[in-house]
Write a protein that binds this ligand. Structure first.
Ligand code: SF4
Length: 404
């Protein structure tokens, strides 16, 4: 079994989409082709981090028994950070130019479009920030925790203090479209809530996706315990799969943007030298499958004909040339639990059955210590099913059965 490194949201998502792709990325550490929209997101995030960092007043962390708990009031810069100098708009745009990366864009035109978009949204964000300063306790913070046995981690864009003294988790998004449902349903925010709750003492009050293109904070309430359990179960399934090294390919829409198609069995082609031999095997397999279906049908029809003849003649053993066909009977009973349980309760016998399986009821029907009237009514409530089948007795070699 593989040991489990802490799961991030993207690692969890990747495994859910395709375990083999997860292996290529997290075990084999194969690089992916850069993509313009990811590069763009990284650059914008890095500028926002530098822009907001002067406003940070660290919050109260959960500490081990050996450490002393620091609170907001212990932080020497607490009073000043609200009035800290922000870099100027020009400084921010210079920083943006310095941070710019050209990796992954499909063309110079696409890169220019993204670059202009970044200047525009950062400029508007800057205006918003000077109008309404947040009170961050952390930016780009790496948090780790153990969530009931599952190691987890994540980088959180921003954690703010709310007016009521709680915490707001903010995740910047540069994507085109975003809705309130995205904030309500985001597993990423759910995971961040767990990370923050396990690392900070103040309660999480809001989960927010900040849509940078529209400057809209899309807010959701913190997740209740049911939603937390659902994600914990899913992450547990993922971590079990990783520990068991279950890395099967799972083809789907994600394949179109997967860089590992040439290594994936779902997309790999049979080597030319093997093609002829394998084609022969596939053709034979296909023919045997067709034959199997035909033989199954013929076997059933022959057994039915034997049944009818055996019924008419009143015989259970029919000799053939090499073996004797022996007719066998199998009986099963069905009892409607909704009818049987009240009867047993009235008779004080409810504790004699567990799940109410037919075998349990049948035992009561046969039990001489049970009132005969109850046994009769139980028997009447049941319906019997009889199946006949044939066994071939071929002497010392043993017998083979054919159920039909
Ligand atoms: S091509 Fe599809 S199935 Fe294969 S590893 Fe990539 S995502 Fe998985």
């Amino acid at each position: 079994m593989a040991s489990l490194a802490p799961l991030s949201y993207s690692s969890y998502r990747t495994y859910l989409e395709c375990p083999l792709r997860w292996k290529f990325l997290y075990v084999d550490r194969l690089p992916e082709e850069p993509r313009g929209y990811f590069t763009f997101g990284r650059v914008v995030h890095s500028v926002l981090e530098e822009l907001v960092r002067p406003l940070v007043v660290p919050g109260a962390r959960r500490v081990s028994a050996a450490e002393t708990q620091r609170t907001l009031d212990d932080w020497p810069g607490a009073g000043r950070a609200e009035h800290a100098d922000l870099m100027s708009r020009e400084e921010m745009l210079e920083l943006y130019d310095r941070a710019w990366l050209s990796d992954g864009y499909a063309s110079p035109e696409e890169e220019a479009r993204y670059r202009a978009l970044g200047r525009d949204l950062l400029g508007r964000y800057y205006d918003e920030l000077t109008r309404d300063r947040p009170r961050p306790i952390a930016v780009e913070e790496h948090l780790e925790a153990r969530w009931d046995g599952i190691p987890i981690h994540g980088y959180i864009d921003r954690i703010d203090r709310t007016p009521a003294g709680g915490l707001e988790i903010v995740d910047y998004k540069t994507s085109r479209e975003l809705s309130h449902e995205d904030a309500r349903d985001s597993d990423q925010l759910t995971l961040y809530q767990v990370l923050v709750e396990k690392n900070y003492t103040e309660p999480v009050e809001r989960l927010t996706l900040f849509h940078l293109r529209s400057l809209k904070p899309l807010r959701a309430a913190p997740r209740a315990s049911t939603a937390l359990s659902v994600l914990h179960d899913r992450m547990g399934t993922v971590s079990d799969g990783i520990r068991a090294e279950a890395f099967e390919p799972t083809p789907g829409r994600q394949c179109s943007r997967c860089d590992f198609r040439s290594r994936c069995p779902e997309f790999s082609e049979v080597p030319k030298g093997e093609a002829e031999r394998l084609r022969g095997l596939v053709d034979r397999f296909e023919a045997l499958r067709a034959e199997e279906g035909r033989l199954e049908g013929e076997l059933r029809r022959t057994a039915d004909e034997l049944h009818r003849a055996a019924e008419e003649l009143g015989v259970h053993r029919v000799p053939g040339t090499r073996a004797i066909a022996v007719r066998k009977r199998e009986e099963s009973w069905m009892y409607p639990v909704e009818a049987v349980r009240p009867l047993l309760e009235r008779a004080g016998l409810a504790d004699r059955i567990g799940s109410g399986s037919p075998e349990e009821i049948r035992r009561l029907v046969r039990d001489p210590t049970v009132d005969p009237e109850i046994r009769r009514r139980l028997a009447e409530a049941g319906s019997r099913r009889v199946r006949w089948y044939w066994e071939l007795d071929d002497g010392p070699a043993g017998s083979r059965s054919l159920r039909s």
